[in-house]
Design a protein around this ligand. Sequence first.
Ligand code: ZN
Length: 272
Amino acid sequence: MADKVIITCAVTGAETTRAQNPALPLTPAEIADAAYDAWLAGASVLHLHVRDAEGKPTQDLAVFKDAIDRVRAKCDIVIETTTGGAVGMTPQERLQPVTLDPDMASLDCGTVNFGDEFIVNTLPMMREFASLMREHKVRPTLECFDLSHVYASHMLIKEGLVEAPFHYGFVLNVPAGVVYEPDVLEMFVRKLPQGAHWTAMGIGRANLPAVYGALAMGGNIRVGFEDNVYYSRGVLAKSNAELVERAARIARESGREIARPEDVRAMFKLRG
Ligand code: ZN
């Protein structure tokens, strides 16, 4: 029988704007409200980016701390901070939130095209990121935008920089990246270490198909405004929670139980 399904909600992201969806949460208070509503709807992991006073992506520690404190005051959702940051940030900026001891953090496993832009992740950078996460007992989500990133993750594991239990995130359908197709997802899954957990992250119109694909293959799912702002073709989602509610409904209908934060803490052996 498949494990309980973990629903991650990526409520804000770095690139999404209010022009794309006016309901996008931007301030730490708005992010905490969105996280709480997503938690009520069935999300057990919050993927967290924060914004500055102008709504631009930032890795500023004070803003991250404010957001984390507000979320933790409201509910026990597992907090996964980004270290992907936004296009153009330095590695040192991107890495900062790990020092705040979140439960988890994303760890990009290779360089990737992002439309006309690109995000650089060299192997030495990945080693540095993985080492700091290990030091702070922060469980990495090994984010793979490409099959080569899965192989790069094997190197980090072999070098002892990442330890089991492993959690992967497959980011599919980024502009100029690997598209989401069921056989592509299956190929990624087949190359994982034994017993690894994984979450499908379909970007844009691939979001809902990736939810279905992941559920069929026994994986976990991610929804939220970072990945997709629409509920259906041409119809904006009213909130992050609305997307979580639908994902939870689909998961239950497909026979999967929904994991709660305590389940995730046990499955991923999180600190505390
Ligand atoms: Zn992110």
